[in-house]
Design a protein around this ligand. Structure first.
Ligand SMILES: Nc1ncnc2c1ncn2[C@@H]1O[C@H](COP(=O)(O)OP(=O)(O)O)[C@@H](O)[C@H]1O
Ligand SMILES: [Mg+2]
Length: 252
């Protein structure tokens, strides 16, 4: 058994005539933290969303947490494929730029909603787990607060706790700090760094270069729907990573 949590080959996706992913290959090992950098419109979000079929790739072979789906151009998904997708979604979590919390539920209720409705965990047990997760993201004292009463950084930490509630094997982050004021970003990045240090497998689209330098094992640079660079963090940020990378990094 391979220790790859993510292993995809030749993933392609077009929106109409706009080809957004051009036969992307990507492998992520258990415990790896991989940061995806790249200019706007390069396909980062589409790649992330394709990995849990929020966006259906046009073709390619995807193996996520041991669940394998081969998408053949022009052919629909089989029932077996759909079962694989349901299962891989239960093993992954996604954290979005916009936190997507339920406004009518408290922080704690947001965190335990999936435990109760999807995993059918008994309420007292769900509450215990939810409180432990809020503690982990530094928000135990906000358990009964509604999202409207939380800062953006607090909301994003609740969203991370909600993702963790399902015991994911991989977490996908899509620009988790981009909607936040600069002074609120560090509290979210700290939670993410702690997860990375605890061995979580993470695939993170971000513009936070310091986070990449401190937490990533590898950095991927996407441009025009292809992975233009896939390097260790050290190599990526070194002076000889190539002119295009240097040019991109200089903009920060
Ligand atoms: N749902 C969609 N429908 C049509 N075009 C889309 C859709 N989502 C993304 N795109 C297009 O795909 C390209 C890549 O977008 P995206 O994956 O969001 O890039 P990034 O996250 O790197 O900024 C862009 O040209 C974007 O306009
Ligand atoms: Mg994006």
């Amino acid at each position: 058994m391979s220790q790859s949590k993510i292993k995809v080959t030749a993933v392609a996706k077009a929106f109409g005539t706009n080809t957004v992913l051009k036969n992307v290959d990507l492998k992520v090992q258990a415990g790896e933290v991989v940061v995806i950098l790249g200019p706007s419109g390069s396909g980062k979000t589409t790649l992330l969303r394709s990995l849990n079929f929020l966006e259906q790739p046009d073709s390619g072979t995807l193996e996520i947490c041991g669940h394998r789906i081969e998408v053949v151009a022009g052919k629909g998904l089989s029932r077996a494929d759909r079962q694989q997708i349901t299962q891989l979604r239960q093993r992954t979590a996604m954290v979005f730029q916009s936190f997507n919390l339920f406004p009518h539920l408290t922080a704690l209720q947001n965190v335990i909603e999936g435990l109760i409705s999807v995993k059918k965990v008994a309420k007292p047990e769900a509450i215990n787990k939810g409180m432990a997760l809020l503690e982990q993201v530094g928000l135990a004292d906000k358990a009964d607060s509604y999202p409207a009463r939380l800062s953006g950084g607090q909301k994003q930490r609740v969203a991370i706790a909600r993702g963790l509630s399902m015991d994911p094997e991989v977490i996908f982050f899509d620009e988790p700090t981009s909607a936040l004021d600069p002074e609120l970003r560090d509290e979210v990045l700290l939670v993410m760094r702690n997860l990375a240090n605890a061995g979580m497998t993470m695939l993170v689209v971000t513009h936070e270069l310091r986070f990449a330098q401190e937490a990533a094992d590898r950095v991927i640079f996407m441009e025009g729907g292809v992975i233009a660079k896939d390097a260790t963090t050290e190599a990526f940020f070194s002076a000889d990573s190539g002119e295009r990378i240097q040019q991109f990094l200089r903009r920060y």
